[in-house]
Design a protein around this ligand. Structure first.
Ligand code: NAP
Ligand code: GCO
Length: 282
């Protein structure tokens, strides 16, 4: 009789995390490696891939990285076949790569709109389409998409990002619908506001050291009264990548410190004495 914790092991699995040279992708890869997976990752420049490889080596993680732009179907096809030939076919895909452009919608160029949609929505389509045939041959697989608070809520200046992340929620449900019968589970992580390079501008203090108004807003909206850290998301990522979640499919699981359950308080009433230490960026 095995131990229930064995269900969370990723031993012998090949996990591809897209855009994993830093930020949440790197954090997911660390957790997957600790759970026994072999890590493969990509980024859009050799410099970033080398930065990621150096980081993984420092952590004692044997990772395989190469340049691949998730919006380029030829790039992705050759990345997947190289991994299959040299390491083994991909069991777990995390569609993590993403960009955001914070521009009022009427001022946003079509190029900027398309750039965000291409990386954040079309990229996951291209990468999922590339790995599903091998997963079917292998008897199953796991796809985890990077959704967001913006899969459910809008906010000023992030129209393309919200449209992409809302679409990604429905792509998650559609992959579940079409490929669940092949023992492929496609779910999404819906992080709240997490301290990474992507959100650094939202936390930047004023020249006088004052709190960024958006930082105050988010802490007023978050019952935990803090930003999340990449480590906060590792347990959920391992869970969704492991046999422990085999009967969960098509779901977006929000991991947001309570934001989506709370109307929030007036930022001017925020009791700064309860605010936790500035989260460490990883
Ligand atoms: P990040 O710090 O901006 O990292 C994103 C990674 O994706 C970077 O390595 C980036 O490389 C890479 N990337 C961008 N375009 C790519 C492409 N075309 N092909 C391959 N790689 C590409 O973002 P993060 O905060 O770690 O977030 C990771 C994911 O979680 C994103 O999808 C984001 O939308 C989502 N998310 C983040 C938060 C949050 O609060 N941080 C919350 C909810 C959801 P470059 O440096 O070259 O851009
Ligand atoms: C923003 C932030 C958010 C976070 C995340 C929230 O500008 O509002 O970047 O979009 O990145 O997606 O879940």
């Amino acid at each position: 009789m095995g131990n229930v914790l064995d269900k969370f092991a990723l031993t012998g699995k090949v996990a591809w995390i897209t855009g994993a040279s830093y930020g949440l992708g790197l954090s997911y890869a660390k957790a997957f490696a600790e759970a026994g997976a072999t890590i493969v990752f990509n980024d859009i420049t050799k410099e970033l891939v080398d930065k990621g490889l150096a980081e993984y080596e420092k952590l004692g993680i044997k990772a395989y990285g190469s340049v691949c732009d998730v919006t380029n179907e030829k790039d992705v096809a050759s990345f997947v076949s190289n991994v299959r030939e040299n390491i083994g076919s991909i069991d777990i895909l995390v569609n993590n790569a993403g960009i955001i452009k914070r521009i009022p919608m009427v001022e946003m160029s079509l190029d900027d709109w398309n750039a965000v949609i291409n990386v954040d929505l079309t990229g996951p389509f291209i990468c999922s389409k590339a790995v599903i045939p091998d997963m079917i041959k292998k008897g199953g697989g796991k796809i985890i998409n990077a959704c967001s608070m913006m899969s459910e809520f809008g906010r000023e200046t992030v129209s393309a990002y919200a449209a992409a992340k809302g679409g990604l929620k429905m792509l998650t449900r559609n992959i579940c619908s079409e490929y669940g019968a092949y023992n492929i589970q496609c779910n999404a992580i819906g992080p709240g506001y997490i301290a990474t390079p992507q959100t650094a501008p939202l936390r930047q203090k004023g020249e006088d050291g004052s709190m960024n108004p958006f930082d105050r807003f988010i802490r007023s909206k978050t019952p935990a009264r803090r930003w999340g850290t990449p480590k906060d998301l590792q347990g959920l990522a391992v869970f969704l990548a492991s046999p422990a979640s085999d009967f969960i499919n098509g779901q977006v699981i929000y991991i947001d410190g309570g934001i989506s359950a709370y109307i929030g308080q007036d930022p001017s009433n925020l009791d700064e004495s309860v605010l936790s230490e500035e989260p460490l960026e990883e």
